[in-house]
Ligand binder design. Structure first.
Ligand code: TEU
Ligand code: CA
Length: 532
């Protein structure tokens, strides 16, 4: 707790995609001991918590988001002892550990599903979603998988279909079944007893499907080039009102242990997203806010998006922001290397809890993956329209040694071309690097509670500049972001004696400014407006 505040309100979370973080047993795949080995680098960066994508036993059809044992570590990532050591080492350094919880679906290799599919009268038949074929034969209704094709897989042995929102090797669990809910609550307790500090819940808005299995309606805005499932509006397969009841149950489970955090992965427009804070804030603490992932990168649009989000939050709902994750093209690939520094300043100075995606602190690029190296089932099933996720999952770039220090053997995915120069060791030595910008911003966040806990107030926005105050007690910081590649000027309030705390240009840190401040192209400033 930060005074009366829970730790996760002032914390900065760092998402680790473990397959691509650090390999320590020469199989070209990152592992738990690799994360433990890299804890000193995370301390040096200045993050407070790590969220690790799934490390559980899995056939790896969706690289861990298809779990075959919820309470065991997959040998590819190491042993339970390796996990327990990681927890101990992280906690010894004051770093919290958040695990990925994937309750919507298991692997088709999970013992529960093997029992469920064994017979129509199996005790676990109703742990999954089985339906008879439609009257004329074929799938029960028109529901589509997010990874292409029908969301129904026919099981000849029992003559029924099972539902899978994703791969047919990821059968959806039936969250209307109290036995499923009880089993999953025990999974949460198992890991919290191991000492973990919270969960990021995968596709939490999918958990409840329509009781009547009604066809989803057509999406009038669908156009070719979008994933095929978007031809339908997921009205009867996601975001159903009853989902908030099961989420409340998950939250009550997490609340059985002190100071635990629940984050929900939810791709919904803001006005629907905020419902996931729950009635009386009994939902998830942080419904992930993905608005910046697809935002048009211009000042007015960003300002409107921030205002809409701040205005939609329920009383007491704590905000959060992300720039990237393991499913979306990297920020540097979306806005370019120089604006990626401005985006870093935006992420780390907006109100609420930020999550950094591993590698974005290096400005890692979105990587074009050659066809013969594609691993992502989404790209394999829905090729050529750019939904592939391998390009944002390439190995972390630590130094200029073989394979960027990630592994001593060829990695499971190719490295980005820039790894020899763009790596932690090199950027650490370059005062002007984006890595050192992240480090400076994370340090200033710790020194200035106005950034981590203060209020947000827009200052000005025009076509080119986005500026806002962050204030707490007598501390008043002005953040000014130049979203253009040319110089821009901003008039400060009359008589202000101000000092630059952080510039994306580094060399201006500490400069006094008054009257009008000029920003270079692609420059961002954190200005202390109350400096003497
Ligand atoms: O991703 C869900 C997800 O990002 C998409 O289904 C999203 O709903 C869609 O693109 C609409 O924008 C989570 C995991 O992050 C991902 O890695 C898994 O593959 C997926 O769920 C299945 O577990
Ligand atoms: Ca390994």
């Amino acid at each position: 707790m930060n005074g009366s505040r829970p730790w996760w309100q002032s914390a900065v979370i760092y998402q680790i995609y473990p397959r691509s973080f650090q390999d320590t047993n020469d199989d070209g795949i990152g592992d738990l001991n690799g994360i433990t080995q890299r804890l000193p680098d995370l301390i040096d960066l200045g993050v407070d918590a790590i969220w690790i994508s799934p490390i559980f036993r899995s056939p790896m059809k969706d690289f861990g988001y298809d779990i075959s044992d919820y309470v065991d570590v997959d040998p590819i990532f190491g042993t339970m002892a390796d996990f327990e050591r990681l927890i101990a080492e992280a906690h010894a350094r004051g770093i919290k550990v958040i695990l990925d919880f994937v309750p919507n679906h298991s692997s088709d290799q999970h013992a529960w599903f093997l029992e469920s599919r064994a017979s129509r009268t199996s005790a676990k038949r109703d742990w999954y979603i089985w339906r008879d074929p439609a009257p004329g034969g074929g799938p029960p209704n028109n529901w589509l998988s997010e990874f292409g094709g029908s969301a129904w897989e026919f099981d000849a042995a029992t003559g029924q279909y099972y539902y899978h929102a994703f791969l047919n090797s990821q059968p959806d669990l039936n969250w209307r079944n109290p036995e499923v809910v009880a089993a999953m609550r025990d999974v949460l307790r198992f890991w919290m007893r191991k000492g973990i500090d919270g969960f990021r819940v995968d596709v939490i808005w999918h958990l409840i499907k329509d009781r009547q299995f009604r066809d989803n309606p057509p999406n009038p805005n669908y156009h070719a080039g979008r994933p095929p499932n978007e031809a339908l509006i997921p009205l009867y397969t996601t975001d159903l009102p009853e989902v908030h009841d099961v989420i409340g149950t998950l939250r009550r489970t997490v609340d059985e242990f002190p100071d635990r955090l629940l984050i929900g992965e939810i791709y919904l427009p803001v006005e629907r997203l905020v419902a996931y804070y729950g009635r009386d804030l009994g939902g998830v603490h942080l419904p992930f806010n993905f608005a910046l992932l697809s935002a048009r990168w211009d000042a007015k649009h960003l300002q409107a998006l921030i205002t809409e989000y701040e205005g939609a939050l329920p009383k007491g709902g704590w905000p959060n922001w992300v720039l990237g994750n393991h499913d979306r093209p990297r920020i540097a690939g979306r806005v370019g290397q120089r604006q990626a520094a401005v985006a870093a300043m935006l992420l780390l100075t907006l109100r609420g809890t930020p999550t950094i995606y591993n590698g974005d602190e290096l400005g890692m690029p979105q990587v074009d993956i050659p066809r013969h190296r594609v691993r992502d089932p989404f790209e394999r099933n829905v090729p050529g329209i750019g939904v592939g996720r391998d390009g944002c999952r390439t190995p972390m770039q630590w130094d200029s040694s073989r394979n960027a220090g990630f592994s001593r053997v060829d990695p499971w995915l190719p490295l980005a071309d820039d790894w020899r120069s763009n790596n932690v060791a090199n950027l650490r030595e370059d005062a002007l690097s984006i890595l050192n910008l992240y480090r400076r911003l994370l340090r200033v966040r710790k020194e200035r509670p106005a950034l981590s806990l203060g209020s947000y107030r827009p200052y000005v926005v025009d076509e080119d500049l986005l500026a806002y105050y962050r204030e707490l007690n007598d501390s008043r910081l002005l953040i000014v972001l130049n979203l253009t590649d040319g110089p821009q000027a901003l008039k400060l309030e009359e008589g202000a004696h101000a000092r630059i705390l952080v510039s994306t240009e580094a060399k201006r840190d500490g400069d006094l400014v008054k009257g009008t401040v000029t920003l270079a192209g692609d420059e961002g400033l954190v200005i202390d407006m109350a400096s003497r």
